[in-house]
Design a protein. Structure first.
Ligand code: MTE
Ligand code: LUZ
Ligand code: MOS
Length: 754
C-alpha cells in the first residue's frame, strides 16, 4: 500500500500550518531575538517600534500571565528573556502586527542595551568551569580497571563530531485562536501536541483542558519539533490570549536556523583494550555533550548516548561516562538517533584507531566483536534475538564482499590520484523511550452509521508514513478498503496525554493502542451477529467488506452489519490504551531492561576520493537491514534511504559553524550544505532481513525511523580508507564532518610530495 499522502503531496494540496486559510482579524507575529549570546539586559525600549503603523502589540516577559517557563525536563528556560540573555536567537519580545512584513519591520526599531558577559561555546571549557546540566552519568559493566591487564593492545584517543541542522522543509510554526471563556485552540507543527498543550497552559496560567492542540501533519520534524515546537506555539498562544485575536507565527528559514537548537555536538576521550584474538576486553569513554544554554532534552539525549556507546559490539568491561555541558548556544535538542549516533561514532573511532595501530582491517575487529544472544549490554539488558552477525554475514554473501575488495584493490593499484575506500557499519538501536513512563499511547475509533471509519491516535505524521501504517491496521482488522477509513488530525481533545511521536516508537505505541480499540469494536460486532443469527460456535469473520458465517458469505456487507448494529444500539466507538510491557530502568544503579527490542543491520559503503582536490563521491551503499516483518516495504525502504543519506550528510558535508561569540555562521542554505540528489550514493541496495519474533513491534514490523541514520557513519570511515590508500602515513582523523577541506588536509598530512 502506498503512502496515503502521496497524491496530495505531489499535487501540492497537502495542508501545513502556513496553508491554513487566514481568519479575519488575524495578527502576524515576529520575534525580537537576542543579537548576542550572553549578557544582562540593561534597557529594552519598545516605544519607537510601537509607533510603526500596523503594529498592534509588543509583549515581553512582563506580560506573561502564568509561569514564564518552558523547560520540559528542568525548569531552566524562560519563554521570553527576563533580564538575562543566554544564547543568540533567544526570544526577548513578541511583536504582533497586521502583516508579517510590518512585524519584522518593527523589530528594527526596538532598542536593546546589554551588558555583555563572557561567551562559552566549547563543551570542555564549560565542563572545566563546572557548567553542567544535570548529573554526570556513568554506566559500568565488568571491572574495567582490572581488565586492562588482560589486554594485548591498548589504544587511547579523542573523537569529535559536530551538530546538525534539522532542515525540515516546513519551518517551526503555529496558528493560535482565542476561544470563548479564556480558552485557546492552536494548530501547531509539533511532534508533541501534549508538550505544546502543557507549555501553553503553564505560560498562560490556565488548566490544560482550556488548551486544544491540533496537528494535521508536519513538513518534517526529525526530532527538531519534539520539544522545540513548544516555544513558538507558546508565543503564538500568548499573543492570541492577550490580544484576543488569532495569531499566526511561522518562522522563515533564517529565523528558524538562528533560533532553534540542533543535534548535539560531542567531544570524547576514549581508551580501548583488545586481547590477542582481537576481542574487545575493555572500553572507557568520557563524553562531553554540548547542550547549549538550557536543558531542553539534553539529559535524555545524553542517556541514549550511553545506551548506544558500545554500538553492536559486546564489551565485557566498560566504564562509560557522559556529562551535559552548558554553553551559550541555542539549546540543542532531539535529532534522529537522539545521542545514539554520537555514541557510536566514538566507538567506531576507537576501533578504527586500534586497526590503524595494528595495521589491520577495521572490519576484522568489528566482525570479531559483534553481539550475540545472551551477551549483556552495559545497562544490564540481555541480548535476545540478535541479528548483528546475521546481517553482517548476509551482507558478506549478498554483496560479494570478496569481489568488491579485489575490485577496489585493483582499482587503487591502477590509479595514482583517485582512490577508492570501503567501510563496514553495523548498527544496534534500542526501541522505546529510555524514560519508561513515556511508553504508552491511546487511540480513538469511531465507526459511523454508514460504515465509514474515523481514527484518531496520538501519532503525528511528519513524512515517516505513520498515518498510512495506522490506516493499514484498521483496514486489516475490519477487512475494509482504505477509502472507507479516515485518519483524523492528532488532537489533544480526542487523544489526551500523548507522548511525542519520537524514539521511532510512534507506529508501535499508537498502532498497538489502535489495534486494541479496533478489536474491541470487532468483538462487539461479532457478538451481535451471534445473537442476531442465533449462532453457537460457528466462526464469524469479515472478508472484503463481507460478513462470513461458518466460512460462507452472507448477504450482509460491512455497511449492513454496521447499520444493523447501530439500530440495535451497539456502541460503535472505542478507545484503546497500550503500555509497553516488561520495560524498566533504574537510574540509581543504571541497570534495567529499558528497550522493548533492538533493531540491527549492517551497511557497506564504497567511496571514490579525488586525491588532488579532496572531493569524494559515494559509489555504493549496500545494506542488510533488520525490518522484522515489514508491514509496508515501500515506506520502510524510504525510511532507510532517507535516514542513511541524512546520516551521511552529518558525517561528511553538513558543516555547522558557530564563532567564538556564539554567532551561527552557517545560518542559511548558502552556507550550510545538505545532501541533495547528487550526493546520494550512485548505488543504494537495501536487503530486507525478515525475522518473525519481535512481538512488541506492531504486526512484528520493527521500528525503522531512526536506526538507519547510523549507517551514515560508515561514510566517514570509507573516506579514511581511501585516504590511506593514497597516503599510507595518513592518520585517521576522528573528526566529523569529513568535509572536502578536511579530506584535503588529511590527504597531505605528513606526506612528502615527490
Ligand atoms: N521521516 C520523515 N520523512 N520525516 C521526519 O521528520 N523523523 C524521524 C523518523 N523518520 C522523520 C522521519 C524521527 S527523528 C523519528 S523519531 C521517527 O521518524 C518518528 O516516527 P515513527 O515513530 O513513526 O517512526
Ligand atoms: N525522545 C525521548 C526520544 O524523549 N526519549 C527517547 O528515548 C528518545 N529516543 C529517541 C528519540 N527521541
Ligand atoms: Mo526522533 S529524534 O525521536 O523525533
Amino acid at each position: 500500500m502506498k503512502n496515503i499522502d502521496s497524491y496530495t503531496h505531489t499535487r501540492g494540496e497537502s495542508i501545513y500550518v502556513d496553508d491554513l486559510p487566514i481568519l479575519g482579524g488575524t495578527l502576524f507575529a515576529a520575534i525580537f531575538d537576542a543579537p548576542l549570546a550572553h549578557g544582562k539586559i540593561v534597557k529594552l525600549d519598545l516605544s519607537k517600534a510601537k509607533e510603526v503603523a500596523g503594529v498592534k502589540h509588543i509583549f515581553t516577559h512582563q506580560d506573561i500571565p502564568g509561569d514564564n517557563q518552558i523547560g520540559g525536563i528542568f525548569p531552566d528556560e524562560p519563554a521570553l528573556a527576563d533580564g538575562a540573555i543566554h544564547f543568540r536567537g533567544q526570544p526577548i519580545a513578541l511583536v504582533l502586527a497586521s502583516s508579517k512584513e510590518i512585524a519584522q519591520e518593527a523589530l528594527q526599531h526596538i532598542v536593546l542595551e546589554v551588558e555583555e558577559l563572557p561567551v562559552v561555546v566549547d563543551p570542555r571549557e564549560a565542563a572545566q568551569k563546572g557548567q553542567l546540566i544535570g548529573p554526570v552519568r556513568t554506566f559500568k559493566i565488568g571491572a574495567v580497571e582490572k581488565a586492562w591487564e588482560q589486554c594485548t593492545h591498548i589504544v587511547e584517543g579523542r573523537a569529535d563530531c559536530n551538530g546538525q541542522e534539522h532542515l525540515y522543509i516546513e519551518g517551526q510554526g503555529s496558528y493560535a485562536f482565542p476561544v470563548e471563556k479564556d480558552c485557546i485552540r492552536v494548530v501547531s507543527s509539533t511532534q508533541g501536541p501534549t508538550q505544546v498543550q502543557r507549555g501553553i497552559a503553564r505560560v498562560l496560567g490556565i488548566a490544560m483542558h482550556k488548551v486544544e492542540v491540533d496537528v494535521r501533519r508536519l513538513g518534517g520534524g526529525f526530532g527538531g519539533k519534539e520539544d522545540q515546537a513548544t516555544p513558538f506555539a507558546v508565543l503564538a498562544a500568548l499573543g492570541a490570549y492577550l490580544s484576543k485575536k488569532p495569531v499566526k507565527l511561522v518562522l522563515d528559514r533564517e529565523e528558524d536556523m538562528r533560533m532553534t537548537g540542533k543535534r548535539h555536538p560531542y567531544t570524547a576521550d576514549f581508551k580501548i583494550g583488545l586481547n590477542k584474538a582481537l576481542k574487545i576486553i575493555a572500553y572507557e569513554v568520557d563524553f562531553y555533550q554540548n547542550a547549549g544554554a538550557a536543558a531542553d532534552l539534553s539529559p535524555a539525549v545524553l542517556e541514549r548516548t550511553l545506551f548506544h556507546a558500545t554500538n553492536a559490539y559486546f564489551v565485557p568491561n566498560a566504564r562509560l561516562t557522559a556529562r551535559s555541558c552548558q554553553t551559550n548556544l541555542p539549546p540543542n535538542t532531539a535529532f534522529r538517533g537522539f545521542g545514539g549516533p554520537q555514541g557510536k561514532f566514538v566507538m567506531e573511532s576507537a576501533i578504527a584507531k586500534v586497526a590503524e595501530v595494528l595495521d589491520i582491517d577495521k572490519a576484522q575487529i568489528q566482525k570479531a566483536n559483534l553481539l550475540q544472544d545472551g551477551d549483556e549490554f552495559p545497562y544490564g539488558q540481555l541480548v535476545e534475538h540478535c541479528e548483528a552477525q546475521k546481517t553482517w554475514e548476509q551482507a558478506e554473501r549478498d554483496f560479494d564482499v570478496e569481489g568488491m575488495r579485489q575490485r577496489i584493490q585493483a582499482f587503487n593499484a591502477q590509479h595514482q590520484v583517485i582512490k577508492k575506500g570501503l567501510s563496514w557499519m553495523p548498527i544496534c538501536f534500542g526501541i522505546s523511550f529510555t524514560n519508561t513512563p513515556m511508553n504508552h499511547a491511546r487511540a480513538l475509533v469511531h465507526v459511523y452509521q454508514d460504515g465509514s471509519v474515523g481514527v484518531s491516535t496520538g501519532a503525528v505524521e511528519m513524512g515517516q508514513g505513520v498515518n498510512t501504517k495506522m490506516l493499514q491496521i484498521v483496514a486489516q482488522t475490519f477487512a475494509l478498503s482504505p477509502q472507507r477509513i479516515k485518519i483524523e488530525t492528532t488532537n489533544t481533545t480526542r487523544v489526551a496525554n500523548t507522548s511525542p511521536t519520537a524514539a521511532s516508537a510512534g507506529a508501535d505505541l499508537n498502532g498497538k493502542a489502535l489495534q486494541i480499540a479496533c478489536n474491541a469494536i470487532l468483538s462487539r460486532l461479532k457478538e451481535f451477529v451471534q445473537q442476531q443469527f442465533e449462532l453457537k460456535e460457528e466462526p464469524i469473520y469479515l472478508q472484503d467488506e463481507q460478513l462470513y458465517i461458518d466460512h460462507q458469505p452472507t448477504s450482509w456487507t460491512w455497511d449492513k452489519l454496521v447499520t444493523e448494529a447501530f439500530l440495535a444500539r451497539i456502541q460503535l466507538s472505542e478507545k484503546g490504551h497500550y503500555a509497553t510491557p516488561k520495560i524498566n530502568f533504574d537510574k540509581t544503579t543504571e541497570k534495567g531492561h529499558p528497550f522493548a527490542y533492538h533493531v540491527y543491520g549492517t551497511a557497506i559503503t564504497e567511496v571514490t576520493v579525488d586525491c588532488i582536490r579532496g572531493t569524494y563521491t559515494f559509489d555504493a551503499v549496500n545494506i542488510v537491514h533488520d525490518f522484522g516483518k515489514s508491514m509496508n516495504k515501500i515506506i520502510d525502504k524510504g525510511q532507510v534511504e532517507g535516514a542513511l543519506v541524512q546520516g551521511m550528510g552529518w558525517m561528511t558535508m553538513e558543516d555547522l559553524r558557530y564563532n567564538e561569540e556564539g554567532r551561527l555562521l552557517s545560518g542559511a542554505l548558502s552556507t550550510y550544505k545538505v545532501p541533495d540528489i547528487f550526493s546520494v550514493p550512485k548505488e543504494l541496495n537495501i536487503k530486507f532481513l525478515e525475522t518473525n519474533h519481535s512481538n512488541l513491534a506492531i504486526l512484528k514490523s520493527k521500528a525503522v525511523g531512526e536506526p538507519p541514520l547510523m549507517y551514515g557513519i560508515g561514510a566517514h570511515f570509507a573516506i579514511t580508507d581511501a585516504i590511506k590508500a593514497f597516503n599510507p602515513n595518513a592518520k585517521g582523523l576522528f573528526v566529523a564532518p569529513m568535509t572536502h577541506e578536511r579530506v584535503l588536509m588529511a590527504l597531505y598530512k605528513d606526506i612528502i610530495i615527490r
